[in-house]
Design a binder for this molecule. Sequence first.
Ligand SMILES: Nc1ncnc2c1ncn2[C@@H]1O[C@H](COP(=O)(O)OP(=O)(O)OP(=O)(O)O)[C@@H](O)[C@H]1O
Ligand SMILES: [Mg+2]
Length: 403
Amino acid sequence: MIPSLQYLDRYRNEGTRTYSKHSAYTEAKELYRPNASQKNFIVNAFAIPRQDLLIYTANPPQELSVSYLGKEKALFCIHPQVLEEYTTDPYVQAVIKTSKSRRKIEVIPSSSTRTLYVKSAFPHAIKLHFPFRVSRYNRKMRDEVIEQAVNVSRDMEYGIDNFDPTFAYLREVIGISYANLNTSSSRGENWGYLIRDMRPFPVCREKRALIPGFALYGKDFFTAEQAPLLYSLIDAADPVEFILGRIMLPIIHHWVQCFSTFGYMLEPHGQNVLLELDDEQNITRIVHRDLSVGIDMRRRQDLQISSTHLNQYNRMDYGQFLSIAYDMFMGSHFFDRIVACCREKFPGLTDEDFRKPCRQTFEKIFPEHRKYFPATIHYFSEQRDRYNKPLYKDTGKKPQWRP
Ligand SMILES: Nc1ncnc2c1ncn2[C@@H]1O[C@H](COP(=O)(O)OP(=O)(O)OP(=O)(O)O)[C@@H](O)[C@H]1O
Ligand SMILES: [Mg+2]
């Protein structure tokens, strides 16, 4: 029996965060961490007049708009650690001053810490402002980030026919942020949260299980000696055929389809990818989560598609981030880990057994890749910009997962 997504997301992630020197770092309080022993915690949702908020939607299901968006007021959710430690934040103060009532929402942390599963009849999650560092980044949810994720979600929904039937994603259906209280700053620091529909889109009626990518090779928090899930999924199949055919090549197709159609760069690392399984444990689809993607404006220009509905967030005019997303997040942080896990059980296999077919597929389905990608692998440098965002550097290394 495969454990629930919520269990796997919290507790089948041991030993996976070794891909960079920052990856194991967290400023989240113990009780709010995914692997806390506590089952759940409470998020305060404040009722705020709609005129004080900015609200973005992308076809939210009625169940969610009814519970979060009232006629006159909408709910503004704040992570408890922000309420505890950011008492002088102008938005925390404004919310507390304005709100006359609040709802208590019971949540379970997901693997990303700041995205929380809501205990509710309708499967959804809330991705909250969390200005503490987890891994490399401070996990703020500024207004433009929220708006852009909803924009991307809407675009992908209308453009879903550009993807294989093996593609699915989690829609960001509602975004709510507080109106900007300081318009003199060079960028809006007003923040809020996203509401994520947890039913993979396109919605399928049959019962399906979901497994986070890292749970294929991650160890269990409670029983570290359990065999990796990857082995039970491979079962009697040929391991190379299975991993390539069911996991890696579909993800490469999705990445290229998304980039080619929209210029959006999916970030398919082990935390952003979910495997969807039917009740016979066959992988039916790959579900992508997290739509805070880089946007390649060169590609959009080449496609001659309008970007007027997009704001400035994550617009890019150079190729470095393509390499970070594809070579590093997908190739190094995720695919290399799957291969290493597989080779422990099947020592006769080599890295090239997996990499070569991936390079060939990439070349075949994306022959114009050199126009957009840099020739070498790029990654984060330890330097940061004035907003504390990491800068990029050229590692000079040759890509492994693309030609
Ligand atoms: N095995 C893993 N690989 C990558 N990231 C992981 C892993 N396990 C946990 N994480 C955490 O997941 C987050 C990945 O960052 P990312 O920007 O993809 O997600 P997010 O935007 O915070 O949330 P979400 O994926 O819910 O939209 C980080 O907080 C990182 O520490
Ligand atoms: Mg993520």
